[in-house]
Design a binder for this molecule. Sequence first.
Ligand code: GTP
Ligand code: MG
Length: 440
Amino acid sequence: MVLDKFGSSLKNTFKKIARMGIVDKEAVEGILRELQRTLITSDVDVALVAQLTSSIKKKVLGEKAPPGMSLKEHFIKTLYDNVVAFLGAEKGEIALKKQKILVIGLFGSGKTTTIGKMAKWFKVRGLTPALVACDIHRPAAQTQLEQIGDKVGAKVYKKGKKAEDVAKNALKDAKEDVIIFDSAGRDALDGKLAKELKNLGKIIQPDEVLLVIPADIGQAARKQTEEFNKLVGITGLAVSKLDGTAKGGGALAAATAAGAPVKFIGVGEKMGDLEMYDPKRFVSMLIGYGDIQGLLDKAKEAGIEEEGVKKMLEGKFTLNEFMEQIQNMKKMGPLNKITEMLPGMGSLKIPKGMLDVQEEKMKKWEHIISSMTKKEREEPDILTASRIVRIAKGAGTAEAEVRDLMKNYKQIKKIMKMTKGGKAFKRGPFAKLARQMGMG
Ligand SMILES: Nc1nc2c(ncn2[C@@H]2O[C@H](COP(=O)(O)OP(=O)(O)OP(=O)(O)O)[C@@H](O)[C@H]2O)c(=O)[nH]1
Ligand SMILES: [Mg+2]
């Protein structure tokens, strides 16, 4: 699991605030001490930790809560915003266009693996990748890149004796959309390595120079990032090996402090284990709000207004919206995939086949709903047996069909209500916070 311990400590801290009766100075200080412990355990630089907590304290205790917000809500929101900013300057943006990417980093940092993952990442997004084996120092390096290229289906260019020649030849030969250059690592960024990387930069003229930093070096990531940036120049970072290290929080905070945007995170050894880094989404996931942002993105992809998703999350829908929602959900993918992304929904079992709504059935349901009165559509609870008989007749269908529709509608409505987050999301500070974070 990514940042397992860090995530669960953070989650507990947020939970604790949510459960608090009164939030006063003492409570704020207690929580901030806990946050300090969590961060320090994750190898975050102590000076950075002190800065973070004192600025949160100043904002929460020194400033008045915005109108309509309680101190508790103000605290949660401030904490969330600050932790997000602490772990990432911005959302990692990588353009989906024809481009050249040079990947650099120390020995064993995960360059070659990350390159393979990136090739796959671009491929999935419709761009053809190619790999260039500019690591000519380690005998097995080119073979390793070729194996990885085979795995992800990317051509590997390796003609030439010197790194510079390999790059030049590849620039002539490669016609692929995204050309990713592997480079040699060293134990330290010495003059030799810097020179070679600078030469490669001059020859390649890359759109991106990504430095690969392994998460397990924790706060040392700051110095390394600054040095590489000064000597070679980088456009961003890929933080590898975020799985299975307790120091990931330290590495992410260090990268942020060095002012370098983290563009990718590596979360495993497999070629699919690469994610674009979005600190907001990342922290939301860690503290267990579920991948709400992901849901909104997904809805957007399907061309659905966010409004519709919000309504769905709020469980506010009448039979009028029912049809609309079912059609939308079909566009978004299987309901069980959607519910996986919602807080506390992972374990919920959706009745099998419930959303496997056939076209035919949808049509029937449309007839049924249009045979209802306006009031019946808006308040389906008033449907009595005699109304059902009338509706079935009007729609030219069996009463059982009307009941089947109602059963499905009620089940979905119930799920949507639960989705709103059981206790934490329905009442209390989380409801408002969720709204502010654009989730509710
Ligand atoms: N668990 C895990 N392992 C990773 C990840 N990324 C890389 N590795 C492993 O780290 C080791 C080194 O990875 P490489 O990609 O060979 O590193 P490199 O920077 O190219 O190394 P050199 O070319 O020798 O400098 C390999 O065993 C990878 O499987 C990751 O995100 N998670
Ligand atoms: Mg390598």
